[in-house]
Design a protein around this ligand. Structure first.
Ligand SMILES: C[S@@+](CC[C@H](N)C(=O)[O-])C[C@H]1O[C@@H](n2cnc3c(N)ncnc32)[C@H](O)[C@@H]1O
Length: 288
């Protein structure tokens, strides 16, 4: 059985999650994901039995409400998704717009799951009023209800009874982490939100984030961080401060789709940073 991925989500770490797990210590209390999104790393860790307890957090409240349904009422959310998916038949475009309006009025998790399954690049976009305004991908009908149900049920089995769910700013979650835990962070990429100021990326202030990492170091909380300063173009990219004493590893993320189109065989890499406390815990087992 492969790792379930019930929530389609742009920027999901699903493809490289198993490589990230290689840098987990053998024993720790709780795996904390302050920027959980579709929680690809927690799901992979639960599947590989690399973590026993989880804390999933994301500032996006409807997303965390959807996680709550997936984990605690898998049959209910799978039924609701199937109903929406079948109701769209023959009027997919108009039905998408209808569900988007209903979601903006109610924030219901089943509407959100349907929108994520059908919108362009599974990418969450909001207008200035905070309304979901992403367009549908008219070439896709959204994931088949049967396979969606399988992944929902499998994710529920992996996380029920072991995962705490919150929807807060990441800083509050980091404040509760202790040296016995392991934190995995995948903050939103720089540049993607259209902020022109390089200190910001999608609402996360760079200097404040660097300060939060320094505090984790001071408290000896081990962490891993996915961060590609160059990803959105050098105009926005900022290197992490050297004083954070992070150990960088490059993870092979497969072939770039752009290179494949051009007939080249370019392998792409993603950067992962390990904190000093984590490197110490890994000791001789850290072979890179
Ligand atoms: C790159 S995505 C994480 C993707 C995730 N690793 C996965 O596998 O799906 C970043 C997430 O950070 C969340 N986020 C943005 N600002 C945040 C904040 N201040 N506190 C907590 N979460 C935040 C976004 O809602 C988004 O889901």
């Amino acid at each position: 059985m492969s790792v379930p991925q019930p929530i389609p989500y742009q920027g999901s770490k699903r493809r490289i999650a198993r490589h990230i797990l290689r840098f987990f210590p053998g024993e720790f209390d709780t795996l904390i994901e302050p920027f959980a999104g579709s929680a690809a790393v927690s799901l992979a860790a639960a599947h590989a039995r690399k973590a026993r307890r989880f804390h999933l957090n994301d500032i996006n409240q409807p997303l965390m409400a959807l996680w709550r349904e997936i984990i605690h009422d898998p049959a209910g959310i799978a039924d609701a998704y199937e109903k929406l998916w079948r109701e769209q038949t023959g009027r997919e475009r108009a039905f998408y717009d209808f569900v988007r309006d209903r979601f903006n009025a109610t924030q219901r998790p089943d509407y959100f799951l349907y929108l994520l399954a059908r919108c362009v690049k599974a990418s969450v976009r909001y207008n200035a009023q905070g309304e979901f305004n992403q367009s549908p991908d008219n070439r896709r009908k959204g994931r088949q209800p049967e396979s969606m149900r399988r992944d929902i049920e499998a994710a529920s089995r992996l996380l029920r009874g072991t995962a705490a769910l919150t929807s807060r700013d990441y800083g509050a979650v980091l404040g509760g982490a202790s040296p016995g835990d392991l934190v995995y962070m995948d903050p939103p990429y720089q540049g993607v939100s259209g902020f022109k100021d390089p200190r910001y990326y999608s609402g996360v202030d760079f200097d404040r984030f660097a300060g939060e990492l320094a505090r984790l170091n001071e408290r000896g909380v081990p962490f891993l961080l996915s961060y590609d300063g160059h990803k959105a173009g050098s105009r926005y990219g900022r290197a992490l401060p050297a004083g954070l004493n992070l150990h960088k590893v490059e993870i092979e993320a497969g072939r770039s789709s752009q290179a494949t189109l051009l007939g080249r065989n370019e392998i792409t890499y993603e950067s992962l940073y390990l904190s000093g406390a984590l490197v110490e815990r890994l000791g001789n087992s850290l072979v890179v």
